[in-house]
Design a protein around this ligand. Structure first.
Ligand SMILES: *[C@@H]1O[C@H](CO)[C@@H](O)[C@H](O)[C@H]1NC(C)=O
Ligand SMILES: *[C@@H]1O[C@H](CO)[C@@H](O)[C@H](O)[C@H]1NC(C)=O
Ligand SMILES: *[C@@H]1O[C@H](CO)[C@@H](O)[C@H](O)[C@H]1NC(C)=O
Ligand SMILES: *[C@@H]1O[C@H](CO)[C@@H](O)[C@H](O)[C@H]1NC(C)=O
Ligand SMILES: *[C@@H]1O[C@H](CO)[C@@H](O)[C@H](O)[C@H]1NC(C)=O
Ligand SMILES: *[C@@H]1O[C@H](CO)[C@@H](O)[C@H](O)[C@H]1NC(C)=O
Ligand SMILES: *[C@@H]1O[C@H](CO)[C@@H](O)[C@H](O)[C@H]1NC(C)=O
Length: 746
């Protein structure tokens, strides 16, 4: 109770203040953001299920970005969190809600909190609770989980504390060349007249919301939805990365910070001779101890809660690939088999190409830039202000056996979760196991034996999933704990005319269109005029929990990857549509959902972890952590110029002793007068932090590479490393730093 009074009292103060300032705005709005990068060494990445793809450094950091909207302090509100993560996780949702409950009482619950993933495939895994999603990460990884849970909580606290009167604007527009359909033969299974209603086999529309502080008129954030996979970075990449949506967010937030900010662009180009002379006088420092907060002090974008938040969220992404040049056979260079995405029967030879092919980092940047550019255009031209109710509906469903009434009065059922062989084949974004192909409708005797050894599917399951041959009957596998979710949350959030559908999986393009259309029709037909043709429905994919794919019934017949990963059988989409329509009807009629459905299990107590934490380590004899192993190598001309990549390697400890959250493992510093100031850090696209174990001494090495960007200012620079270690498992953590020799850049 007491905390409610405090909230109300604070609210009154905010109101009084903003009233005096002449503030206006339809809603209370708040945004927040927090670092969730996680363990940058040894942890399997979530997405491709490649057991060899373990983190070994950072390209740029991962963040949780949040907005909260409320009608008023006492009125309805909801929270939307966008994670630079592969997907949401049921366990994360459960544990974050517990934390929110102890902090805010019943202000934020499963009903009005949505936690969504961008679907990057380059973030640390092990934070989901079902077996299938933690096999390659060697089970549960507490460090990954904690980093994300903390970031969600902190970003929500920030947004909550930032709540103030403001306005929200909406805009829509097309993103060009940022996605192609990676299963076009499956898309063609959909009825011709349905396909004829759409110009392409992917959705190109981006929906963007702009948040404006009512008192100052300042923009405080923007959130957008657009479908394309977070697979610009390949399954060989080892650097933590937000993939193309993370790039878009980084570019957008940096673009915003540079707006209305006339930092002195020093037009007097300094004399390179003098810069070189100055640089030569500054040698690498030896490794030395530093304070815990040193890396945070060196961070370029300090998170004091007032940062502009720009988020790029995922939508009906199921069959949408960012590798827009298409898929080709790596042996012949020819296009792959159209129906099977294989090359003479081998799925592993067929690989998609991004627009920067063969440079995947360039591809990631280009696909990110394309989303960023549309977002800027939509941001700058938004004029349509949202107004009207904030509302939400939520229900849990047991997808094992939902009865679905089809149009013809025929009743069908969903099935226990299962994966088909097309799942094992992987996709053109990341080929799977040898011996499988997308579209497989048979399983060979060898894999049948392996399957039966694990769990033989029941005859009921085999019939129910048909024509998917059951490779893994994950819904019937409970040892040592459940392999797949049975209970899924679905949710509708309403912000005036904008309707957000929280879907716990990846709808294909056509599946998403059908769901949006059904919800919109229901809203219109069930209300008396409150909803109309202007009602705008967006799908927030990979939200609140994860249950893989949702293909249409027709696509399901072909059993490509998306269909083979549609867990609950051929009528999975129909079940979603039926149940979402119920929520939409309740919302339109102002009714509450009285049956909340079965709660999902909290499997935290039965999780198993095989990945060991680092136990403690010391540097090799005669050196200190932070000492230079390989200093910057100068080009012949003696200085660096744009496009060069100076790099330095330091003796270092495993980055898992301290994740340096909201800090940095690496910085590029520029000399200003006699002071070094941080101008790039490990959240910059131009700076690469790479970590590995030295194969001869078995000690850790941290390499910092800086691709000098075009807008870098001429001057004297150095590369700086931050790290943390402990000598034994029980000793305290020590922080250290070290710097390269200085070098001139022109
Ligand atoms: C920059 O300032 C102008 C005038 O105050 C404003 O209209 C514009 O929206 C601002 N730009 C951004 C990106 O906030
Ligand atoms: C302008 O940009 C500089 C460098 O990015 C930053 O330090 C400063 O805080 C910005 N100023 C404003 C008013 O945003
Ligand atoms: C511009 O650069 C010159 C040469 O490095 C330096 O002496 C001067 O102080 C700089 N001016 C500003 C305003 O930073
Ligand atoms: C793909 O499969 C369909 C049958 O499902 C067949 O009609 C078509 O010819 C195949 N296309 C190619 C290019 O093999
Ligand atoms: C879901 O439904 C199935 C079939 O009715 C049942 O066996 C199972 O226990 C339910 N799962 C949960 C977690 O309640
Ligand atoms: C729905 O629930 C809300 C909040 O508990 C309550 O204020 C409202 O009266 C309920 N509406 C109906 C129609 O039951
Ligand atoms: C050790 O690493 C270096 C450089 O990464 C590589 O050239 C060398 O082959 C490796 N040696 C062994 C024994 O793996």
């Amino acid at each position: 109770m007491a905390q409610n009074y405090v909230i109300v009292a604070l609210g009154l103060v905010v109101y009084a203040w903003t009233w005096m300032q002449g503030a206006h705005g339809e809603y209370l709005i708040g945004v927040g953001s927090y670092d969730m990068t996680g363990p940058a060494a040894d942890v399997n990445m979530m997405g491709y299920a490649n057991p060899l793809q373990n983190t070994a450094g950072i390209h740029f950091r991962l963040r949780a970005r949040t907005f909260i909207v409320a009608e008023s302090l006492q009125g309805p509100r909801f929270v939307f969190v966008n994670l630079d993560a592969g997907m949401a996780s049921q366990l994360l949702t459960i544990k974050v809600l517990e934390r929110l409950n102890s902090r805010f009482g019943n202000l934020y619950t499963e009903e009005n909190v949505a936690i969504s993933g961008t679907h990057t495939h380059a973030g640390p895994g092990g934070y989901l609770q079902y077996v299938v999603y933690s096999v390659t990460s060697l089970g549960f990884v507490k460090q990954s989980f904690d980093a994300i849970a903390n970031a969600i909580e902190q970003s929500i606290i920030q947004a909550h504390n930032n709540l103030k009167p403001g306005s929200i604007f909406m805009n829509t527009g097309d993103v060009k060349d940022a996605g192609i359909n990676r299963s076009p033969s499956a898309y063609l299974q959909n009825p011709a007249d349905e396909r004829a209603r759409y110009p392409t086999n992917v959705d190109t529309q981006m929906t963007l919301m702009r948040f404006v502080d009512g008192a100052s008129g300042k923009n405080i954030g923007a959130f957008s939805w657009f479908p394309t996979h977070g697979t610009s970075m390949s399954n060989q990449n080892k650097l933590i990365s937000g993939d193309n949506k993370g790039v878009a967010a980084r570019l957008f937030e940096d673009w915003f910070a540079s707006q209305n900010n006339s930092t002195n662009t020093n037009s007097t180009v300094p004399d390179i001779g003098q810069l070189m002379k100055k640089a030569q006088s500054i040698k690498a420092t030896r490794g030395k101890d530093c304070k815990k907060l040193a890396s945070q002090a060196s961070k370029v974008r300090k998170n004091d809660g007032s940062l502009f938040v720009g988020a790029f969220c995922q939508s009906n992404v199921g069959d949408v690939s960012p590798n827009v040049l298409g898929a080709f056979c790596i042996d012949s260079g020819k296009p792959c088999d159209f129906n099977r995405s294989s090359c003479h029967g081998n799925d592993q030879l067929c690989v998609g190409r991004g627009p920067g092919y063969p440079d995947e980092i360039l591809s990631t940047k280009i696909i990110g830039e394309r989303q960023f550019k549309t977002a800027v255009k939509l941001f700058e031209s938004t004029s349509e202000e949202l107004s009207g109710k904030i509302d939400y509906r939520h229900v849990y469903l047991n997808f094992t056996d939902i009865e679905v009434e089809l149009d013809s009065n025929k009743v069908v059922k969903t099935c226990p979760a299962a994966l088909g062989p097309g799942f094992a084949a992987g996709t053109t974004d990341g080929p799977g196991l040898f011996g499988f192909q997308q579209g497989d409708t048979k399983i060979n005797p060898f894999w049948k034996n392996v399957r039966d050894f694990l769990t033989k599917p029941s005859q009921y399951q085999v019939d129910c999933q048909n024509p998917k041959p059951v490779l893994l009957s994950t819904g019937e596998m409970f040892y040592p704990y459940p392999w797949a979710p049975a209970i899924l949350p679905i949710q509708i959030l309403r912000l005036g005319k904008l309707i957000i559908l929280s879907v716990p999986g990846e709808l294909t393009t056509m599946a998403g269109r059908r769901l949006r259309e059904a919800v919109k029709e229901t809203l219109i037909s069930s209300s008396n005029g409150e909803f109309d043709d202007e009602t705008h429905v967006v799908i927030a994919g990979l939200t609140n929990t994860y249950s893989q794919y949702i293909a249409t019934f027709e696509e399901y017949q072909q059993q490509r990857y998306e269909a083979a990963s549609t867990l609950y059988g051929p009528h999975t989409l129909s079940a979603y549509i039926q149940e979402f329509k119920k929520l939409a009807q309740a919302m339109a009629e102002g009714e509450n959902i009285t049956i909340k459905g079965p709660s999902p299990p909290d499997l935290s107590s039965v999780q198993i972890s095989f990945l060991l934490d680092p136990l403690g380590e010391s540097p090799p004899k005669g050196v200190k952590f932070g000492d230079i192993k390989e200093d910057v190598a100068f080009p012949k001309r003696g200085y660096f110029t744009k496009g060069d990549t100076p790099s330095a390697t330091f003796w270092s400890a495993n980055p898992r002793y301290d994740l340096l959250t909201e800090g940095t493992f690496a910085a590029v510093e520029r000399l200003q007068g006699e002071r070094w100031i941080s101008v790039y850090d490990d959240d910059d696209l131009s700076l690469f932090f790479k970590w590995k174990v030295d194969n001869s001494s078995l000690h850790g090495l941290a390499t910092i590479e800086w691709e000098i960007p075009n807008d870098a200012v001429s001057g004297v620079y150095r590369l700086k490393h931050f790290g943390a270690t402990r000598t034994t498992i029980i000793s305290p953590i020590n922080y250290f730093t070290g710097a390269s020799s200085a070098f001139a850049v022109q």
